[in-house]
Design a protein around this ligand. Sequence first.
Ligand SMILES: Cc1cc2nc3c(=O)[nH]c(=O)nc-3n(C[C@H](O)[C@H](O)[C@H](O)COP(=O)(O)OP(=O)(O)OC[C@H]3O[C@@H](n4cnc5c(N)ncnc54)[C@H](O)[C@@H]3O)c2cc1C
Length: 240
Amino acid sequence: MDRFVTSIVPPVRPWQTATVVGVRRETPNAKTFQLMLPGPHEFLAGQHFIVRLMAADGYRAQRAYSAASAPGAEPLEITVELLAGGEVSTFLHGGVEVGDTVEVRGPIGGHFTWQVSEPILGIAGGSGIVPLMSMLRAARAAGREELVTLVVSTRTPRELYYTLELAGPQTTVVYTREAPAGHPRAVGRLTDADLAAVVRPGQLPFVCGSPAFCDAATMLLDGLGVPSRHIRVERFGPSG
Ligand SMILES: Cc1cc2nc3c(=O)[nH]c(=O)nc-3n(C[C@H](O)[C@H](O)[C@H](O)COP(=O)(O)OP(=O)(O)OC[C@H]3O[C@@H](n4cnc5c(N)ncnc54)[C@H](O)[C@@H]3O)c2cc1C
């Protein structure tokens, strides 16, 4: 028997110069950027790319952004939340237009991925909906929408990403500060009751958002009997 186990290391993808071919406003603080990449960039729903900005003096800054579009759909889409004082998100929002170029590398990430196979429960806070939107779009493209259940937490209706596309029987929206008139749920943070209504045996749970949101959602799932080791978590904390 072989003494050493061979591990398969995914190849490091090279940087590519992507052209911005579209910019779409999702909310007052979020924009979707459509990127055309010249080379291969096949990805799985849930993976992310690194976007690098380069100044004329050689200064560079890079951040991770999840794919929002479905695998195989062109152009690649990312959705970026504008963070007050944020270096890269501020530049992308204020200084990047159609025809501009950015450096992109990826895809990256092997844990937070889904291939339209088993049923999933996606729980998102704010911009954490981005990789889960890729999963929903992938499911719809495959005609397997019934595999996806989403719970999306957002402060107000104005801050909800992809509002029209998200609507459907598989999506529950939790408004934490202000809800639209007639919304059936009272305003407030995500609770175990919200999740108890949608947790089913056999679902693969995905949680994405700020580190605090991810910790809270994971604890709620744990309390409902979903072992935290089974939960796939993507924390949108500071990256570099
Ligand atoms: C795997 C991964 C995927 C990601 N995908 C997305 C995505 O799809 N869309 C998206 O908008 N962001 C995403 N992010 C976050 C993104 O990488 C940046 O962290 C974010 O855009 C802020 O970068 P910045 O340069 O504007 O802010 P910075 O200049 O890095 O930070 C400015 C201030 O904001 C704080 N801060 C940094 N990042 C965050 C954050 N995410 N939330 C709250 N405060 C923060 C910093 O601590 C600092 O105080 C992802 C992060 C990871 C790790």
